[in-house]
Design a protein around this ligand. Structure first.
Ligand code: P61
Length: 459
């Protein structure tokens, strides 16, 4: 017998109770949160699809690993285990643990960027671009155009447009481009993968111009799963094998370990170049901690080392992506406009299409996320013009063609029934979408405004 349906490659040993609230309670909660789902108390949330970051369920092995934490200030054995794991799974020579992904981005930006530089990337990520800007660089989007189109079903919407990179090199000169930041499974594009063929071609271009490739590997395993499923020649290779090949095309990486690797906190900067590593060590001891723990406890480094290996198991990835697809297909079948193809870590609702009566200046995705919470207790996140923020030099809003609400699926946390409820909530809300009102800021922070900004409904 060949079984074609998939099931989670684990069983549940412990559960965390959650609570449904009343509509009245949720209306009060969202008002108190300034219509920002980041400002809700988690106790007031029923199904939490805000993020997949730091909210995964660790395995029994990871928890057992926590008990073997060596909390020595220097030279913790868990650091050496982590370093060895990163070397063998990803191939990067040197590892510096950081408190989370943005800690690694901060160090990388500080050691590689000079004021006046340009850093191209396959779409911006909020914290990544901010650290580049704080170091004096200008970010340049070089992702293919299809990535900005929610209905394009290009299989590798994370691909870099090599013509855009070449044009940038011609415009500013390669010496002003310290590196290109290549994200795997591009978050802001909808969890969309880059192909190995594209990365290989980029490698050639960068080698010819002396530009390094720095890999935002936060969701590398998910990207690799799509390569295995979609790219010619990879069907018979394992996720672990393809991951190694992919990383070998890059010079170093930043990682938020809170996603793929299923730990609640942590990240790292990984490098191949010894001189860069030495420079990074000098910064790590200033901003994070000694180089053998950076921003992490010994026990957390142990859980991370174990989580990395678990993240690269084929059956884990099949169930992971299978669950996201399950939710996505339900929404597509019901006619809900979502970003296509279905991405790796989340379903992205197209708020422009759902709320055509709102202009982008009325923050349709922010309004939709707030309304979905009130309707159902399901928490999601705005990923549109609020997230895009403002250009620090001109103060103008960064434009964003994509105006999305992200329903992010934590790893190994929710069941298919939770997905059913989340889908039903969206489908139900679609029927009353025209009643959803736009929003305006009552408080706008100067950077990363989506985290703590507050809003009120437009009169
Ligand atoms: C998330 F609303 N992501 O997706 P840190 N690179 C990439 C990430 O996805 C990422 C980081 C670097 C989060 C958390 C978060 O605008 C936001 O460990 C591709 O969070 O520092 C994080 O890693 C940074 C949510 C971050 C946001 C920024 O939910």
């Amino acid at each position: 017998m060949t079984i074609t349906s998939w099931a989670e490659p684990y069983k549940i040993k412990m559960v965390e109770l959650i609570r449904m609230t009343s509509r009245q309670e949720r209306e009060k909660a969202i008002r108190e949160a300034g219509f920002n789902t980041f400002l809700l108390k988690s106790e007031d949330v029923y199904i939490d699809l805000l993020t997949d970051s730091g909210v995964g369920a660790m395995s029994d092995r990871q928890w057992a690993g926590m008990m073997t934490g060596d909390e020595a200030y220097a030279g913790s054995r868990n650091f050496y285990h982590l370093e060895e794991t990163i070397r063998s799974c990803y191939g990067y020579k040197y590892t510096l643990p950081t408190h989370q992904g943005r800690g690694a981005e901060h160090i990388l930006s500080k050691i590689m960027i000079k004021p006046g530089d340009y850093v191209p990337g396959n779409m911006y990520f909020t914290t990544t671009r901010l650290h580049q800007e704080l170091a004096g660089a200008t970010f340049v989007d070089v992702i293919i155009d299809e990535a900005h189109d929610p209905v394009s079903d290009h299989p590798f919407k994370g691909n870099v447009d090599l013509a855009k990179v070449t044009a940038l090199i011609e415009r500013v000169g390669a010496e002003k481009i310290p590196y290109i930041c290549v994200a795997t499974c591009v978050n802001m594009a909808g969890g969309q993968p880059i192909s190995l063929a594209n990365l290989r071609a980029l490698r050639e271009l960068c080698d010819a111009s002396g530009i390094k490739i720095m890999h935002d590997m936060t969701r590398v395993a998910e990207n690799v799963f799509f390569i295995q499923q979609r790219e010619e020649g990879y069907r018979d290779k394992t996720v672990a094998e393809i991951t190694h090949e992919l990383c070998s095309l890059t010079d170093g990486a930043t990682m938020s370990a809170k996603k793929d690797a299923m730990v609640n906190i942590g990240g790292f900067l990984a490098l191949n170049d010894e001189i860069l590593y030495e420079q990074a060590c000098e910064q790590v001891v200033i901003y994070e901690g000694l180089h053998t723990y950076g921003g992490m406890a010994g026990r957390d480094m142990e859980a991370l080392a174990i989580g990395i290996r678990e993240s690269l198991c084929d059956d884990h990835m099949r169930a992971r992506i299978g669950q996201v697809e399950y939710l996505g297909k339900k929404l597509i079948d019901a006619g809900v406009p979502i970003v296509r193809p279905i991405g790796g870590h989340a379903i992205f609702l197209d708020a422009r299409a759902i709320l055509p009566h709102l202009s982008q200046a009325q923050f349709p995705a922010q309004a939709l996320a707030a309304a979905l919470y009130v309707e159902s207790g399901v928490r999601t996140m705005e990923r549109g013009i609020v997230s895009a923020g403002r250009n620090p030099e001109t103060g103008a809003n960064y434009g964003s063609r994509l105006e999305l609400v992200r329903m992010t699926i934590p790893r190994r946390v929710y069941t298919q029934s939770h997905m059913d409820v989340a889908a039903e909530a969206v489908i139900d809300l679609m029927e009353r979408a025209e009643q959803i009102r736009g929003l305006e800021f009552t408080y706008e922070p100067s950077c990363l405004r989506f985290f703590m900004g507050r809003f009120k409904t437009v009169a």
